[in-house]
Design a protein around this ligand. Structure first.
Ligand code: GTP
Length: 597
C-alpha cells in the first residue's frame, strides 16, 4: 500500500461511550470481518473483558477501505482501553497514531475521561475528529453534547460534527470518509534506516515475544536482523504481519505501517514498551522518544489457595508477560508460606488479574490487603528503606519518620453533585488545589495520599455520583505522613500476612471495625480464640471468638470423667498447633482487612 493511502488512528472516549461498538462497525463496513463475527464483539475477546464489558488490552486492526474517491485505503486502527487504571495503555496507543476519533455519547455528554483522553491526544499532536454517538437513543441530547464539545477546543468551535449511531451503523460511512480526508497519511521515509516504535508486546508460549510496532522510517522484511535499542538486544524477525483482526503474516512492513514482529525472544526483560527497533545492518542513530515505564501504584500479596504454588507461579509469569504493567516478585509469609508480591496500576487492575488467574488458569488466590510504597527513614540512616510489603515495615522504635506517595487527582463532576463529591474527597484526606469549568462540568483538582485514592475511592466516587463523576490521577512526590503498622494476632501469634499500614488517626476506628469482622470470619475452634489488633506493641482492639462447642472444662456435666478428659486432651493438642499458627485462614479473613472502609 502506498503511504499516501495509509491512515493510523485511535478511537478515544469515556468508558461505555461506544468505542468497541464503533470498532465493530468499522471492521464490518470495511469487510474485515463479517457481521456475524462481530456479534461476539471480536475486540473484547478476553473472558474478563466480557465479564466487565470493558477493553483491557489495546488491539490494532488493519482494515481495507474502498473510499468514495474510488481508491483503496489501509486503515490501521488502534483500540484503546477506557478505564483510568489503563490510561498508560491509552498513551502507548496514541503515540502510534496520527489521528484520533473522539467519541462522545449523546446521552451522557462530555465526561471526565473524554477530556483527559483528548488532552493525551493533543499532547501527541494528533488530528482529532469529534464524533457524537448514540443519536438513536431516546435519551440522546445532541445539541447539548455538541455545545459541550465545541467548548473543549477552539478548533471545534465552528465544526459541523458527525452524528452517528455505532449501534445501527448510521453515520459510520461518514466517519470512514472523515478519517481519509482529515487524518494525515504517515510521512516516514521507506528508504531511510529502520526506526520503529514498539508500542506494546504480547507473549506467546511457542512464538516468544511478539512486538507491536509502528514503523516511522525504513522497512522490515522476514528474517531481518533487528536491534532493540534500549537494551541493545539483537533479535530476528522470525515472521511479521498485521492483525485483521487475527494475525495475518506478510513479507514486509514499511514506513507508516502498523503491525507485529515475532521475535522468538523469550526474556521479557529485554523488551521495553516505547523502545525503538532498528536494523542491525543499517541502524538509525537517533532512537525515538520513548515512554516512562508503567509504575505500580498498589501492591498486594497473592498466595496459593490449594497448595498449587508451582501452577500459580507459572500463571503469574505468563500474565506478567502479557500485561507489561503487571509486576511481581517472590515473597514469603510465616502464616501462608511462599507467595508473590504483585504490583498493579490500581484496584481494578488487581481485580482483573485475579479474575484472569481464575478464568484462564482455574486458580484461586488468597489476596492480602493492598498497600502503596512507603519511604521509611530509620534512626541514624541517611537513605530511606523502600517498603512495599507491610510484613517488612520496620519496628516502630527504629523509625525516625515515614513518607508516603501523593497523587494529583482530577475529578470531573456535574455541578449538581459537587457538594457530595467534595464531601467524599474531604473524607479521604485531600487538599483542594483548583476548581475549574469544562463544558458543563466542574473539574476539581486535589492533592491526596495515593493510598486514599488507590483502594476504594474510585468505587465510592462512582457510587456518590451515580457514575457521572470521573477521576484521573497523576503521581506527585513523597511527603511525610503519620503512619503506623497494624498487626493482627490470632491466639497470641501474629499472622504476618494480615498486617497493614494506616494513618495513625484512622487506626482506632479501623482496628475496632476489623476485629468485629474477624469475629465472624476466623473459623471457630474447640476453645475460645482471642483475636487482637496490635499497634506499636499495644493491643488496641480485641474480640474472643467463641468456641465451636461448649468447653469441656466448664460444661458437659453429664459426660463421664473419661470423656471429659479425652475432650480436654484434644483441646490441648489443638492449642499447641495454633500457637505455631497452623491454622487454615480462608479468604474471608483477608477480606476483613481488604474491605475496611
Ligand atoms: P469500554 O471499552 O468499556 O470503554 O466501552 P466502549 O466505549 O467500548 O463501549 P461499548 O462499545 O462496549 O458500548 C457500551 C454500551 O453502549 C453497549 O451496551 C453498547 O451496545 C451501547 N452502544 C454503543 N453504541 C451505541 C449507539 O450508537 N446507540 C445505542 N443506543 N447504544 C450504543
Amino acid at each position: 500500500m502506498k503511504q499516501a493511502n495509509i491512515r493510523n488512528f485511535s478511537i478515544i472516549a469515556h468508558i461505555d461511550h461506544g468505542k468497541s461498538t464503533l470498532a465493530d462497525r468499522i471492521m464490518e463496513q470495511t469487510h474485515t470481518v463479517s457481521e456475524r463475527d462481530t456479534k461476539a464483539q471480536l475486540l473484547d475477546d478476553m473472558a474478563v473483558e466480557q465479564a466487565h464489558g470493558i477493553t483491557v488490552k489495546s488491539r490494532t486492526v488493519r482494515n481495507h477501505y474502498e473510499a468514495d474517491d474510488g481508491q483503496t485505503y489501509e486503515y490501521n486502527f488502534i483500540d484503546t482501553p477506557g478505564h483510568v487504571d489503563f490510561s498508560y495503555e491509552v498513551s502507548k496507543s496514541l503515540a502510534a497514531s496520527d489521528g484520533a476519533i473522539l467519541l462522545v455519547d449523546a446521552t451522557q455528554g462530555v465526561q471526565a475521561q473524554t477530556v483527559a483522553n483528548l488532552r493525551l491526544a493533543q499532547q501527541n499532536h494528533l488530528v482529532i475528529i469529534p464524533v457524537i454517538n448514540k443519536v438513536d437513543s431516546d435519551a440522546a441530547d445532541v445539541p447539548r453534547t455538541e455545545a459541550q464539545i465545541q467548548k473543549l477546543d477552539p478548533a471545534f468551535e465552528n465544526l459541523e460534527m458527525l452524528k452517528i449511531s455505532a449501534k445501527t451503523g448510521m453515520g459510520v460511512h461518514e466517519v470512514l470518509e472523515a478519517i481519509r480526508t482529515t487524518i494525515p497519511a504517515p510521512t516516514g521515509d521507506k528508504t531511510a534506516p529502520l526506526k520503529a516504535l514498539v508500542f506494546d508486546y504480547m507473549y506467546d508460549a511457542f512464538k516468544g515475544i511478539i512486538a507491536y510496532v509502528r514503523l516511522i522510517d525504513g522497512s522490515i522484511k522476514a528474517d531481518d536482523a533487528l536491534l532493540l535499542m534500549a537494551e541493545q538486544t539483537k533479535v530476528s524477525a522470525n515472521s511479521l504481519g498485521y492483525f485483521a483482526p487475527n494475525m495475518t503474516p506478510i513479507g514486509e512492513l514499511n514506513a507508516g505501517d502498523v503491525g507485529y514482529v515475532i521475535t522468538g525472544l523469550k526474556d521479557p526483560q529485554l523488551v521495553r514498551v516505547g523502545d525503538t527497533m532498528t536494523a542491525v545492518a543499517n541502524p538509525t542513530t537517533e532512537p525515538l522518544a520513548g515512554y516512562e515505564p508503567a509504575k505500580s501504584m498498589v501492591f498486594a500479596g497473592f498466595y496459593p489457595k490449594d497448595n498449587n504454588y508451582n501452577e500459580l507461579k507459572l500463571a503469574i509469569e505468563k500474565l506478567s508477560l502479557n500485561d507489561s504493567s503487571f509486576h511481581y516478585s517472590l515473597e514469603n509469609s510465616e502464616a501462608l508460606g511462599a507467595g508473590f508480591r504483585c504490583g498493579f496500576l490500581g484496584m481494578l487492575h488487581l481485580q482483573i488479574i485475579r479474575e484472569r488467574l481464575q478464568d484462564e488458569y482455574g486458580l484461586e488466590v488468597l489476596t492480602t490487603a493492598p498497600n502503596v510504597t512507603y519511604h521509611v527513614h530509620l534512626n541514624g540512616q541517611t537513605e530511606p528503606m523502600i517498603v512495599n510489603n507491610p510484613i517488612n515495615f520496620p519496628e516502630f522504635s527504629k523509625i525516625e519518620y515515614v513518607e508516603e506517595p501523593f497523587v494529583k487527582a482530577e475529578i470531573t463532576t456535574p455541578n449538581e453533585l459537587l457538594s457530595d463529591v467534595m464531601k467524599l474527597a474531604e473524607k479521604h484526606k485531600s487538599t483542594l488545589l483548583d476548581m475549574d469549568n469544562q463544558a458543563d462540568l466542574i473539574v476539581l483538582t486535589y492533592k491526596m495520599p495515593t493510598s486514599e485514592v488507590a483502594y476504594e475511592f474510585f468505587n465510592q466516587l462512582k457510587s456518590v455520583s451515580h457514575g457521572y463523576a470521573t477521576l484521573d490521577t497523576t503521581a506527585l512526590d513523597y511527603e511525610v505522613a503519620d503512619l503506623v503498622k497494624v498487626e493482627v494476632d490470632i491466639n497470641y501469634a501474629t499472622v504476618d500476612a494480615l498486617s497493614f499500614v494506616v494513618h495513625r488517626q484512622d487506626a482506632d476506628k479501623l482496628t475496632q471495625e476489623l476485629v468485629k469482622k474477624l469475629k465472624v470470619a476466623v473459623p471457630r475452634r474447640l476453645y475460645p480464640t482471642p483475636v487482637q489488633a496490635v499497634v506499636e506493641g499495644k493491643a488496641v482492639a480485641r474480640v474472643d471468638i467463641p468456641p465451636l462447642r461448649k468447653n469441656a472444662a466448664v460444661s458437659g456435666g453429664k459426660k463421664s470423667i473419661s470423656k471429659k478428659q479425652a475432650l480436654l486432651r484434644r483441646q490441648g493438642v489443638n492449642k499447641r498447633q495454633s500457637a505455631k499458627n497452623s491454622i487454615d485462614l480462608p479468604q474471608a479473613v483477608f477480606n476483613a482487612v481488604l474491605e475496611l472502609d
